[in-house]
Design a protein around this ligand. Structure first.
Ligand SMILES: Cc1ncc(COP(=O)(O)O)c(C=O)c1O
Length: 326
């Protein structure tokens, strides 16, 4: 808790008091759109792009959250500012937006004043996400193909970022069964590579970057950043139908997501990719990313890893004290 607050449907409340009703559509149906953004040097990265995607998801779900995109953006900055004061300077933040349709109408009599969408904006110190991730920048990740397929867009469109994520969870569970810590990349029903449960995938062959066509995937904001950085670096990048064959021929494989930006694949389906180390294209993109955001995310994650045990101790202590006084 440590003094942080959450924007909760128009009010700012302490984190532990930001409770959603058990009758909310989010719990009943997974009927909720969301976004994950991060800061670099305290500044949100591509916040407007993330919110564009959130409002795209809301349009698909036919939810009017009651705030314009500009109002959501302004409230995000207020939430961040309120919480930044609770941490040491230099801490970066995870920013999460969650919007559900609100309580299910059949239980509406519980709210005689009327129901409305549940809108939350929360920010969390990035130390817990990145401190636990730090070693992966060195080791890379082992990518496997789970039995769970990606859903084709004509059934459930992955371009909308929603909390209906059981297929992602299944992929994760199956990935763990294949190998502890393995990262599962789902294929679509046509047999083409799609995405991981929280990341986009790229292959590098003979100096060209290949990535799945955007049909059945979330079009990651970090994926967009790879396109920008590749263009800036003069590295050709192509969207294509990719399969196991292409992945096993790749010189490099990498994954992208908002929190860690980019991490290399050490192996694919049990076979080492290149020499298993971070390859030259991943190196160049990582360096270009650092320059772009003004933060060395790799050394930052290592610093967070060192500081994490102490941070957790303080956090738990502060929460114990807060609970004791309530
Ligand atoms: C299914 C899925 N694909 C890809 C991504 C990567 O998107 P971004 O780069 O916008 O974080 C995410 C992020 O959470 C995701 O959930």
């Amino acid at each position: 808790m440590a003094g942080r607050v959450v924007y909760f449907s128009g009010e700012f409340v302490p984190e532990r008091e930001a409770n959603v009703s058990i009758f909310d559509c989010a719990l009943m149906y997974g009927d909720m759109a969301f976004e994950m953004t991060r800061t670099f040097g305290g500044e949100p990265f591509k916040l407007r792009e993330h919110l564009d995607r959130l409002y795209g998801s809301l349009r698909l779900l036919e939810i009017d959250c009651g705030l314009s995109l500009d109002e959501m953006l302004a409230q995000t900055l207020v939430t961040l500012e309120k919480n930044q004061a609770t941490e040491v300077e230099g801490m970066d933040w995870w920013i999460m937006h969650d919007v559900s349709r609100g309580p299910l109408p059949v239980y509406g009599s519980l709210w005689p004043e009327g129901t409305k969408p549940t809108v939350t904006i929360s920010t969390w110190p990035l130390i817990t996400h990145m401190g636990t991730f730090a070693t992966k920048y060195d080791t890379g990740v082992d990518i496997v193909v789970p039995a769970q397929q990606a859903l084709p867009a004509h059934l459930v469109d992955a371009k909308a970022k929603t909390r209906s994520r059981m297929h992602y969870k299944m992929a994760e569970l199956q990935g763990q069964r294949i190998g502890e810590g393995a990262w599962p990349v789902m294929f679509d029903p046509d047999g083409f590579m799609a995405e991981g449960p929280g990341w986009n995938i790229f292959l590098v062959k003979d100096g060209t970057i290949y990535t799945p066509e955007p049909r059945n995937i979330l079009q990651g904001v970090s994926r967009g950043t790879v396109f920008e950085l590749a263009e800036q670096e003069g590295i050709p990048i192509v969207e294509a139908n990719l399969g196991r064959y292409e992945a096993l021929q790749a010189d490099e494989i990498f994954c992208t997501s908002t929190s860690y930006c980019i991490v290399h694949g050490r192996s694919f389906e049990g076979q080492v990719v290149g020499d298993g180390q971070r390859g030259p294209v991943v190196e160049r993109l990582t360096e270009a990313w650092r320059q772009r955001v003004g933060v060395d995310m790799v050394s930052q994650a290592r610093e967070y890893a060192e500081a994490l045990p102490g941070w957790l101790e303080q956090e738990v202590e502060a929460n114990r004290a807060a609970v004791a006084t309530t």
